[in-house]
Design a protein around this ligand. Structure first.
Ligand code: MCU
Length: 386
């Protein structure tokens, strides 16, 4: 199920990408199972091109473009715990350092979890289970202080033509270059076929995009990523209309540079996006995804993230691998601290997708009191793809 390449959609047709004014408004979460040209999916094999379409739409309207890999442009060199990745293209070159922590047990090559910034999972338990932990320096790749961080960071030094690209996709690009280096054997103790990606909060949004846009990543665990991550724009807007203090598309584009500079056009028009974030989550299918959220965080779109996860999971259902996607919501006061209650859920996904050992991953639970209006948000049906 793991992809051999970063993006398998090279043979797919690109969808039409109309300008905002020509996009129809859809109040419900868009149907994940209809191609942009109206054709319904019937076969599992159709998923690759549906995935390609949504990825194109996501980059075109929201994130900015993830530059295609340039053969031969990446090299990696390990010195102690520091893996230096160098990327060269167009006569320019950048390098970044990723810190690699090897486990004390198990046998090399080890599976690894890449943390955007760092991992906020149960790292000690991961290391004790024979899983390495790698820190990816996302802030070096694209800055995210505030609105003045636009176009700052190594991504923009290498790609000066990519002004206006959002930080999330710049980080996803950087993670893919780190994966390139690992796949070339730059850190021989790491098994590049068993990599996970994680991150919390803003960096959880980045972890989702990294896993969504690189099919070589076996497991994606966004943690408390909220609006702009696991939550759906449309449902976050509905929480806002209901009087809740929730982050919306309109607000998020003023706070930071996570999205492409033109995304603000959709501030009053989230319903015109031809996709929503249930489909961004579903870009990971059929690979492993565990969405960890915190019901205490209304700002992060707690209800929205739940509706979005339930809708997303239908993609794994359609592909016949329902337990490849988990959603866990638990209320606690410390944003980004993984509660002990969610620790076994992380380990189950890690065992199954990174260690290849059987584990029970049919985890779909919330302690939130949310009445999910399926008719309103998911008025489509889920096909059993052949
Ligand atoms: C969940 O991510 C963000 C959130 O989107 C922002 O509005 C807030 O400022 O910061 C959160 C975060 O990254 O906290 C560490």
């Amino acid at each position: 199920m793991l992809g051999a390449v970063e993006h398998s959609g090279a043979a797919c047709r690109d969808p039409a990408l109309p300008a905002l004014a020509a996009l129809p408004a859809t109040a419900a979460l868009p149907d994940p199972f209809v191609m942009a040209d109206g054709q319904r999916l019937t076969r599992k094999a159709d998923w690759a091109c549906r995935r390609h379409e949504v990825s194109r739409q996501l980059q075109a309207y929201e994130l900015g473009e993830k530059p295609a890999p340039v053969p031969g442009s990446v090299s990696g060199k390990l010195d102690g715990k520091t893996l230096t990745v160098t990327v060269s293209t167009g006569g320019r070159s950048i390098s970044f350092n990723a810190n690699v922590q090897l486990p004390s047990t198990g046998q090399a090559p080890y599976p690894a979890v890449i943390g955007i910034g760092r991992s906020f999972l149960n790292n000690a338990e991961l290391l004790a289970r024979g899983v390495a932990v790698i820190d990816f320096p996302n802030n070096d790749i694209a800055d995210q202080q505030n609105g003045s961080s636009r176009n700052k960071g190594k991504f923009f030094e290498l790609h000066p033509e990519a002004q206006g690209t959002g930080a999330l996709v710049a980080w996803a690009w950087g993670v893919s270059r780190l994966v390139d280096a690992l796949a070339q054997g730059a850190a021989p103790a790491i098994d590049a076929r068993h990599l996970g990606v994680t991150g919390c909060s803003r960096n959880g949004k980045g972890a989702l995009m990294a896993g969504a846009l690189d099919e070589r990543i076996a497991l994606t665990i966004p943690q408390e990523s909220g609006s702009g991550g696991s939550a759906a724009w449309r449902v976050s807007d509905a929480q806002k209309v209901a009087g809740q203090n929730v982050q919306t598309l309109r607000q998020i584009v003023t706070e930071n540079v996570w999205f492409r500079s033109s995304f603000g056009e959709f501030s009053e028009a989230a319903a015109r996006l031809p996709y929503d974030h249930h489909q961004v989550l579903a870009l990971v299918a059929p690979r492993g995804l565990l969405v960890i959220e915190n019901t205490a965080m209304e700002w992060l779109g707690n209800q929205s993230a739940w509706v979005s996860a339930l809708a997303a999971r239908e993609a794994w259902v359609a592909l016949g691998v329902a337990d490849g996607m988990g959603a866990s919501q638990f209320s606690h006061p410390d944003h980004c601290r993984l509660p002990a209650e969610q620790s076994p859920e992380v380990l189950a996904f890690v065992d199954r997708f990174l260690k290849g050992t059987p584990a029970k991953t049919d985890i779909v639970r919330t302690d939130g009191k949310f009445a999910v209006d399926r008719q309103r948000w998911m008025p489509w049906s889920t096909p059993a793809l052949k």
